[in-house]
Design a protein around this ligand. Structure first.
Ligand code: XLS
Ligand code: NI
Ligand code: NI
Length: 445
């Protein structure tokens, strides 16, 4: 279904009707240069390749405030004093923006859509109203929910963690909020439900029983899975790894850590990973490394697209623009057969001093064009270049004979000794890294 521009009573972005594909030669800053949603790449449209999503929190709630300064972004939809009126205006603005971009999905945390009430019951009632409102907006525009999530990190009650809180009462409250947001995700037809454990870690190991906390997290996720499945949720549950920030050490450190955690608690069939570019770099990995790790474990789900800053050690959450990095990512994603239920969510924010309403358009257009371009490059590399063949040839010694016997588990350590004796002098085989890098650069055109 194509996306219909959907506005509320008020128009928030009068300067653009709809962002269209105009091609490489266009100088229109409010047009796509590479992202052409209907263009087929490897038999699949660009729209289906990416399943792009706009992140509610950064684009409609992020106000530019940081630890050193008050908000800079005076968004016209964030002015009403009444929580419900504000939430509806913000949702009008969100759907106008997303539909004008022609993006097929969005993602949100419970509190992005509407503030918590003073009691749990009031919070639940508020969310029910917004679910009804969102349903209408989704139906009018054709925009769908890629994933829902619960914010278990902003409220002071979560200062010691949510599912890993030493106080059971806080864990119970987190459970109530997760239940409500799973209900919401199901009602809105969401494809995935995400857990990002922002405070599920520690500030000091001295006051922390790590074993118990991790077991609580495992138990909590089993309960969420069981509830979701009982209620008919058929989407994927996703965990989003991040090594630190805001905690000193986050338990969902990186893809490898999360994969072994999921297996430990029997969650590997229902859970996959939501991988974020900047979280990979914080864990001292490349984004491609994280994608490959999840893929190899059969747990690749979705991505949070952004980029970090090579000089800064925090989650700068900038919009993606690094073509080499995203090409490497697209190579892994394409070789794995692309996204299934997941997609590309822009978990990215415009800078504190990007204060024009146009800036959020430029940011998304730039991110989408970066991905579109990387897709074309990666597809060409896989189809036309010797990239795959070169990599395959490195492992040729395992494709037949004794190497193959080894892979099939037919040899013993004593056999290896005999093969070593028989094999004689070992030949030097170049890894040819520079050649591989040159191929990527050659196809960036
Ligand atoms: C923060 C995370 C967060 C999750 C959703 O670093 O990326 O935004 O994606 O809770
Ligand atoms: Ni994220
Ligand atoms: Ni992040």
């Amino acid at each position: 279904m194509s996306i219909h521009v959907t506005t509320g009573d008020k128009i928030y972005f009068p300067f653009v009707e709809k962002v269209e594909f105009e091609g490489f030669d266009s100088d229109n800053p409010l047009a796509y240069k590479y992202y052409d949603e209907n263009r087929l790449v490897g038999g699949k449209s660009m729209k289906d390749h990416f399943r792009f999503a706009v992140a509610y929190w950064h684009t409609f709630c992020g106000n530019g405030g940081d630890p050193f300064g008050t908000p800079t972004k005076n968004f016209p939809w964030a002015v009403k004093a009444d929580a419900e009126a504000l939430a509806k205006e913000r949702m009008d603005a969100a759907f106008e923006f997303i539909s004008k971009l022609g993006v097929p999905f969005y993602c949100f945390h419970d509190v992005d859509v509407i503030d918590e009430g003073t009691t749990l019951l009031e919070s639940e009632q508020r969310m029910r109203k917004m679910v009804d409102y969102a349903k209408q907006k989704q139906a009018a525009s054709g925009i769908q929910l890629l994933w829902g999530t619960t914010n278990l990190f902003s409220h002071p009650r979560y200062m010691n963690g949510a599912a890993t809180n030493p106080d059971f009462q806080v864990l119970a409250h987190a459970g109530a909020r997760v239940k409500d947001m799973i209900d919401t995700t199901i009602e809105l037809g969401g494809s995935n439900y995400v857990f990002w454990g922002g405070r599920e870690g520690y500030l000091s190991l001295l006051n922390t029983n790590m074993k118990r906390e991790i077991e609580h997290l495992g138990r909590f996720l089993q309960m969420a899975r069981d509830y979701g499945r009982k209620m008919g949720f058929t989407g994927d549950f996703l965990i989003e790894p991040k090594p630190c920030e805001p905690t000193k050490h986050q338990y969902d450190y990186d893809a490898a850590t999360v994969i072994s955690f999921l297996r430990q608690f029997g969650l590997e069939k229902d859970f996959k990973l939501n991988l974020e570019t900047n979280h990979a770099t914080l864990a001292s990995h490349t984004f491609a490394h994280e994608l490959q790790t999840a893929t190899d474990a059969g747990m690749f789900g979705s991505i949070d697209a952004n980029r970090g800053d090579e000089q800064n050690g925090w989650d700068t959450d900038q919009f993606p623009s690094n073509l080499f990095e995203i090409t490497e990512a697209m190579l892994v994603i394409l070789e794995n057969g692309g996204f299934k239920k997941g997609g590309v969510n822009f978990d990215a924010k415009t800078r504190r001093n990007s204060t024009d309403l146009e800036d959020i358009f430029y940011a998304h257009i730039g991110g989408m064009d970066t991905f579109a371009r990387a897709l074309l490059i990666a597809q060409a590399i896989l189809e036309k270049s010797p990239y795959k063949k070169l990599r395959q040839e490195r492992y040729a010694s395992y494709d037949s004979g004794k190497g193959r016997d080894f892979e099939e588990g037919k040899l013993t350590l004593t056999d290896l000794r005999q093969i070593a004796l028989d094999g004689g002098q070992i030949k030097q085989i170049s890894g040819r890294q520079e050649l591989f890098e040159n191929i990527i650069n050659q196809y960036i055109r």
